[in-house]
Design a protein around this ligand. Structure first.
Ligand code: G4P
Length: 277
């Protein structure tokens, strides 16, 4: 799939990130648990050298539970602190707080040795579009937080959200640009909604999703749409159109409508918990 990303955005995002990274101790990197490799930009590893790192496998509620475990172990093995999350829910926040301290234990120890007391950990949330950065900041900051930093008349300061006496979070997330070198990466990103639908061939993408689901999650399409799975993806899409009454004006099957419907049901989790890689 031929997807475009705009170099202008990329340069600006990178510059912002470089400036902000200087100010922080910890990078909280959100990836989409349904496609944890495709939804990372490996450049963050270079940008974030010398910083503590925490990877949040977000949207874990939509991803395959067994795969979540496997991906968690994969990132841990690579040396990242890792935690699974549903950024909309406050339920996992305690674990995340604990992980933040764990990820920054060397800094805390350094401060202690130097006699620095109560200097909060400063953190920044980063990730590609749509992984849940804003949702996470809102949930994590909650109502009780106080904004620090910018005061009237001081234009340049950053806004920090004080989460508790130990942690401050930069209020604007760092946006990473997706990498499309591998066409399959672009496809997975489009499936999880991290690429604007307007630049995606939705019918073609849906056929690829059907092909993947047939192989990786046999039975799932049959159960939901009463279709035989041994057919060609285009035939399966036709069955879905028939089953869901996706018809054009003259009564012909509307494959585009059916494709949209299937993609929506996949993205919202109505098709079940699915991981794409
Ligand atoms: P971004 O800042 O990284 O671009 O992402 P954002 O927070 O805007 O989240 C993108 C969408 O993903 C939002 O849905 C948000 O509710 C949803 N989301 C974020 N984290 C999770 C999660 O852990 N699990 C699930 N299931 N969804 C999550 P939306 O449909 O665009 O908006 P809305 O309908 O929630 O308003």
């Amino acid at each position: 799939m031929d997807l475009q990303w705009y170099p202008g955005h990329m340069t600006k995002a990178r510059r912002m990130m470089q400036e902000n990274i200087k100010l922080i101790d910890l990078i909280i990197e959100l990836v989409d648990a349904r496609a944890p490799l495709s939804s990372r930009n490996p450049d963050i590893d270079q940008l974030g050298q010398q910083k503590s790192r925490l990877i949040l496998l977000n949207k874990a509620d939509l991803a395959d539970a067994r795969k979540n475990q496997e991906w968690g172990a994969y990132f841990q093995e690579k040396g990242f602190y890792t935690v699974m999350a549903d950024a909309r829910s406050r339920a996992g926040l305690k674990v995340i707080h604990t992980m933040i301290r764990e990820a920054c234990k060397e800094k805390l120890e350094r401060d202690r040795r130097r006699g620095i007391k109560n200097r909060p950990i400063r953190a920044m949330v980063v990730g590609i579009p749509n992984v849940g950065k804003s949702t996470f900041i809102n949930t994590f900051a909650g109502k009780a937080c106080t904004k620090t930093g910018d005061r009237p008349g001081v234009t340049k300061g950053k806004q920090w959200i004080r989460l508790d006496k130990n942690v401050e979070l930069l209020d604007t997330p760092g946006i990473l640009w997706p990498k499309f070198d591998d066409p399959q990466v672009g496809e997975r990103l489009a499936m999880i909604g991290s690429v604007k639908d307007e630049i995606v061939d939705m019918d073609g993408l849906t056929l690829k999703l059907i092909l993947y689901l047939k192989g990786a999650y046999p039975g799932i399409l049959q159960e939901r749409y009463k279709t035989k799975e041994d057919g060609d993806p285009a035939d399966i899409l036709g069955d879905i159109a028939r089953e869901r009454n996706c018809l054009k004006k003259g009564g012909d099957l509307d494959h585009t409508k059916a494709a949209r419907l299937l993609m929506d049901e996949f993205r919202s989790g109505r098709l079940g918990r699915i991981t794409l890689e």
